[in-house]
Design a binder for this molecule. Structure first.
Ligand SMILES: N[C@@H](CCC(=O)N[C@@H](CS)C(=O)NCC(=O)O)C(=O)O
Length: 197
């Protein structure tokens, strides 16, 4: 399999962490892609977004949630619960983390606009979504003993907030900060740390 990715993409990191946790990383060749700079991914994914996975049969799979679902079916342990209510709870946690990542990307892109052209309404709306998602994760009292799809997604997105200095998210969220410190030491998180590449 081939994974079109960038080291900084939190969505690609989620896929990589899941693959590492499942022992599938050796079966995936990582191929750097720059979706904001070129059109190389569009032949595989009409949205020209990463991550995009190409299976051994040459089929393109996206977005990151679908890639994780595909990979989860290839090997044990299952990191996406199969039974309800664990399943919808885990996928909702993943959706909240991914949505926070979408908001963080918009903030980062907005900051790249020339000084004086920043749209305050974009910052206000997206920073509100990021703060509310972080508060949800704080209240969720995440356990470091469990590292399934929801937790993986949260960890990948917190890493992105740090890498891009999006917000000072640890302030007022001690449980989340402690949890992240512990899970950041997992081999899968260390191996996919954007600051290490
Ligand atoms: N919902 C998508 C989001 C992926 C995404 O936004 N990727 C960014 C990089 S982190 C991208 O490729 N952006 C290119 C663009 O928006 O044109 C997923 O979960 O895979």
């Amino acid at each position: 399999m081939r994974l079109l990715y960038s080291a900084l993409s939190p969505f690609a990191r989620k896929v990589r962490v899941l693959a590492l946790e499942k022992g599938l990383a050796d079966r995936i060749t990582l191929e750097p892609a720059s979706p904001y700079q070129d059109e190389a991914v569009r032949a595989l994914n009409p949205l020209n977004k990463i991550p995009t996975l190409v299976t051994d049969d040459g089929e393109a799979v996206y977005d990151s949630a679908v890639i994780c679902d595909y990979l989860d079916g290839l090997a044990q342990p299952r990191l996406i619960p199969e039974r309800q209510p664990e399943r919808h709870r885990a996928l909702t946690l993943e959706a909240a983390a991914d949505g926070m990542g979408d908001a963080a990307l918009l903030v980062v892109r907005e900051r790249m606009r020339p000084e004086g052209e920043h749209r305050q309404d974009v910052f206000d709306r997206q920073l509100k979504a990021i703060a509310a998602a972080l508060d949800l994760f704080e209240r969720a009292a995440l356990s470091a003993d469990r590292f399934c799809i929801g937790e993986i997604a949260v960890a990948a997105q917190l890493g992105y907030l740090d890498a891009r200095k999006v917000v000072d998210w640890r302030q007022g969220r001690p449980a989340l900060a402690d949890w992240f410190e512990v899970v950041s030491k997992r081999g899968s998180m260390v191996a996919s740390d954007p600051s290490a590449s």
